[in-house]
Design a protein around this ligand. Sequence first.
Ligand SMILES: Nc1ncnc2c1ncn2[C@@H]1O[C@H](COP(=O)(O)OP(=O)(O)O)[C@@H](O)[C@H]1O
Ligand SMILES: [Mg+2]
Length: 257
Amino acid sequence: MADALERAAPTPDVPDDAFIRVRGLRKTYQMGETLVHALAGVDLDIPRSSFTVVMGPSGSGKSTLLHLIGGLDRPTAGQIELGGQRVDTLNENELAVFRRAVIGFVFQTFNLIPSMTALENVAFPMRFAGIPRRKRRERALELLERVGLANRAFHRPSELSGGQQQRVAIARALVNDPQVILADEPTGNLDTASSNEIIEMLLDLHRAGRTVLIVTHDLRMRGLSTNTVYLLDGKLVDEDSYMELSTLTMGRGTVTS
Ligand SMILES: Nc1ncnc2c1ncn2[C@@H]1O[C@H](COP(=O)(O)OP(=O)(O)O)[C@@H](O)[C@H]1O
Ligand SMILES: [Mg+2]
C-alpha cells in the first residue's frame, strides 16, 4: 500500500504541459449485442494547476473520461499517467490508495450519505486513513468553515440546499488534500447563484495550485478555463468542429431522449 502511495505521488520532473497524460484511451461497453464506444481513442495532456474544462453533449463520454482518470473505472485500452505515474496499470488496492491520496471527486448529484450530518460526511473518507476520531472532526469542521458552512455542520443533507450540499461535497473532496479535483457537472443541479459559488470555489482551488478538471456542457464555463477540450462521440475534436457538430448531436439527443 505504501508502495502504491509512493508510486501515485507526482514526480517533480514532470513537464508542466502534461501533469495528466492520456494516450489512446478507449472504453468500450457491451450492451447486449452492441458495443458502445464511450471513449474511442483519446489523447490528452492536462497541465499541472490548470483549470481544464471538458465540454460535450450528453453521452459523449465525459463521465467515462473522468472516471478513468480518477481510477474509478478501468480503460479497455490506452494509458493514463498522472504525475509520471501510470494509473491504468494499478491493481484494485493500489487504485483505492491512489484515489484517496491524489484525487478529490465532486459529482453532479453531490453523493452525500443521507443519514450522516455534514460534519460526518466530510469526516467519513478520513476513516480509512487511520486518523483518530477527534482529529477527523477537527479537520472536517475546519473544511466546513472554509466552504462557509460551519453553522450547518450538524445538519443532514436533506436539511441543506443543493448549493450547500455541493459545498459539503467539495469540503469532503478536500479532506485528504488531493492534488487533483475531478468535478463531473458539479453545477448541473444548481441554480445560477449556487452555480457561481461552486465555480468560484473550484477556481480558488486551481489558483491555490491544484489541478482542476471539470466536466460540463455549460458553454459559459469556457471563459473561465485555462484550457478547454471538446468531446463528441467519444473523441476529442477541435472547437470549430465541436460548435458545428454538437448542435447536430444535441439536436439528435433531444429528439431521441
Ligand atoms: N456502465 C455502462 N454500461 C454501458 N454503457 C455505458 C456505461 N457507462 C456509460 N455508457 C455509455 O457510454 C457513453 C458515454 O457515457 P458517459 O461517459 O456517461 O457520457 P457523458 O458523461 O458525456 O454523458 C454513453 O453512450 C453511455 O450510454
Ligand atoms: Mg456524464
